[in-house]
Design a protein around this ligand. Sequence first.
Ligand SMILES: NC(=O)c1ccc[n+]([C@@H]2O[C@H](COP(=O)([O-])OP(=O)(O)OC[C@H]3O[C@@H](n4cnc5c(N)ncnc54)[C@H](OP(=O)(O)O)[C@@H]3O)[C@@H](O)[C@H]2O)c1
Length: 338
Amino acid sequence: MNVIELQGSFGIEQLKHAERERLTPGPGQVLLKMKAVSLNYRDLLMVKGHYNPKQPLPLIPCSDGVGEVVELGERVQRVKVGDRVSPNFAPTWLNGPPNKEKARATLGGPLDGTLTQYMLVDAESLVKHPKHLSNEECATLPCAALTAWSALVTQNKIRAGESVLVQGTGGVSLFALQFAKIMGARVIVTSSSNEKLEKAIELGADEGINYKEQPEWGKIAKKIAGGEGVDHIIEVGGAETLKQSLRAVKIGGNIMMIGVLSGVQSKVPLTSILMNQIRVQGILVGHREGFEAMNRAITHHQLHPVVDRVFSWQDIQEAFRYLESAKHFGKICVSIDS
Ligand SMILES: NC(=O)c1ccc[n+]([C@@H]2O[C@H](COP(=O)([O-])OP(=O)(O)OC[C@H]3O[C@@H](n4cnc5c(N)ncnc54)[C@H](OP(=O)(O)O)[C@@H]3O)[C@@H](O)[C@H]2O)c1
């Protein structure tokens, strides 16, 4: 079977097609014929060797993909041949809090990922997809969508009428925007681009702030949210944005720590966290049960993920360079040619 792997070293230019032996499912396992993959910022860090410089190679990158069940091992009952499914990002994390083992065993590093024609997976890790979605749309759900869902629903309890601030217009943030809207929240979005802010407003955001034009956007967001501040912040920026988030958030509000796009080390004014009783909650994607709950909501609301571009897997390097350029709005997908 054909796969895309990083062979001797890291780097986008090292992503190469290779042949590997097609495996047969053992007891409890399933063979998937992969249809589509979506790219996450984490995949870019992994490919460049920034996520884990000690990651053993070769590695098949990417955590997110959708496939059709083509072969079942013994004792598999959760799925049948023909089902369209995705493995969970952390395949052994089924529900509740993870332990270290479940949290660290993740697809696309350290485990081989989804950029492959066929993938052998444990049936327990699989989630079936909403019927109204295309393969590419399904492929966007395992990491970006589930992270946004965990931040707003599983680890938090967003209520109608509350306010949510999402940073930027990448994968996680646009899913958070869409989920917050179906739950009746008011959404403020920040972006470096006025054109992307317009698109976010078309998608349902109530207000937009250009964080390049307004570097002190925290104060503006607080004002927009009625002076008291924002209830929930989807923090994907990290080092450079956390200070602004602490200005924007209301007393007793939530900062959902998800990403580190602007760096991992930050001088944080700790007194504003304690004086204002801010809850800072780390998020690590999510469990299979959360993925299933999210897919029920997506089906009920007939929601469609925002797919910016679909690349052929022959153009995998171009797809990663497009992700690196940050020109995208929403998700970048890759279709797996048979
Ligand atoms: N903890 C978890 O479980 C988890 C899961 C998924 C992702 N993440 C992390 O979350 C972050 C976002 O991931 P993603 O896949 O959604 O990325 P993405 O699709 O590549 O989105 C990146 C977007 O974020 C915005 N951005 C970049 N720098 C920013 C800054 N300094 N302030 C505000 N916005 C900024 C930009 O939007 P504009 O172009 O609109 O400015 C950019 O297009 C990454 O750090 C990723 O590693 C964590």
